[in-house]
Design a protein around this ligand. Structure first.
Ligand code: ADP
Ligand code: ADP
Length: 229
């Protein structure tokens, strides 16, 4: 089965006091093959976060279906969630914990048995081991971003989604984060990232889909896509 298989996915947010009703996804069909680094490109408001929040189990779909590694998100929720890690955009997190504690808590949340935890390995891999027992609030922005990636990896998911992984970071940190993504991909993880930087998709991704006003308007291998832009 592909890493992700989405058919006819729609999402309409109900009207609230803060915002009118909004059809954020209008029937998305999308297949992400295993082993790819897949870029989901589109302007603000296109529906990228909605799409990945549905995959992450944070937002409920209105209609259509989505499978993660063959597991239907609505019918095989537990298996679907175990198959995916999501790195959110925001970096406000766990300020009163240490990085080690933050990873252990996340592992507990996913039900990873103590004997299978690898918090120290992850801290090493992300260059955070020397901050293992510092408070998260003492970490730099870049370190917090790396810890967010680490938290998404505690259950060793075959699919990793990163939501705007380098939004608002400087070029040096951006390159560093790209290196981690490439490293994870080399280890066999399927990567999906949302971005509005064309350069990011161009550097990292082997396939790119463009989402616009809740619809996938293009989906191709990178070279074909770039030759059309
Ligand atoms: P992107 O991630 O591409 O910027 P989003 O998925 O965040 O796009 O948003 C898609 C559309 O849905 C936007 O018009 C946005 O304003 C709207 N939207 C997102 N979240 C909500 C919500 N909780 N309630 C109402 N509208 C929302
Ligand atoms: P190996 O050569 O056996 O892969 P490494 O020293 O490269 O050993 O990695 C040791 C462990 O650290 C691996 O088993 C892997 O689970 C973990 N690891 C390495 N890199 C990362 C990473 N970027 N993110 C999460 N875990 C990682």
């Amino acid at each position: 089965s592909p890493a992700i298989e989405i058919k006819g996915l729609t999402k309409t947010y109900k009207a609230s006091r803060k915002s009118p009703a909004k059809e954020a996804l209008k029937g998305v069909d999308l297949v992400v093959p295993r082993g790819s680094i897949f870029g989901l490109l589109g302007p603000n408001g296109a529906g990228k976060s909605t799409l990945i929040n549905i995959l992450a189990g944070l937002v409920t779909k209105s209609s259509g279906s989505a499978k993660i590694c063959g597991y239907d998100i609505a019918q095989q929720t537990r298996q679907a969630r175990a198959s995916i890690g999501v790195v959110p955009q925001e970096i406000a997190m766990d300020v009163f914990f240490t990085p080690y504690q933050a990873l252990e808590l996340q592992a507990g949340y996913y039900g990873v048995p103590k004997s299978e935890r690898r918090s120290d390995e992850i801290l090493h891999a992300l260059g955070l081991f020397d901050k293992r027992d510092a408070y998260v609030r003492q970490l730099s922005g870049g370190m917090k971003r790396r810890l967010l990636i680490g938290k998404a990896l505690v259950h060793n998911p075959p699919v990793l989604i990163l939501d705007e992984p380098t939004a608002g970071v400087d070029i040096e940190l951006r390159r560093q984060l790209w290196d981690y993504v490439v490293e994870l991909h080399k280890r066999g993880t399927t990567i999906i990232l949302t971005t509005h930087y064309l350069e990011e998709a161009e550097t990292l991704c082997d396939r790119i889909a463009i989402i616009h006003q809740g619809e996938v308007v293009a989906n191709d291998d990178k070279d074909t896509m770039l030759s059309r832009l």
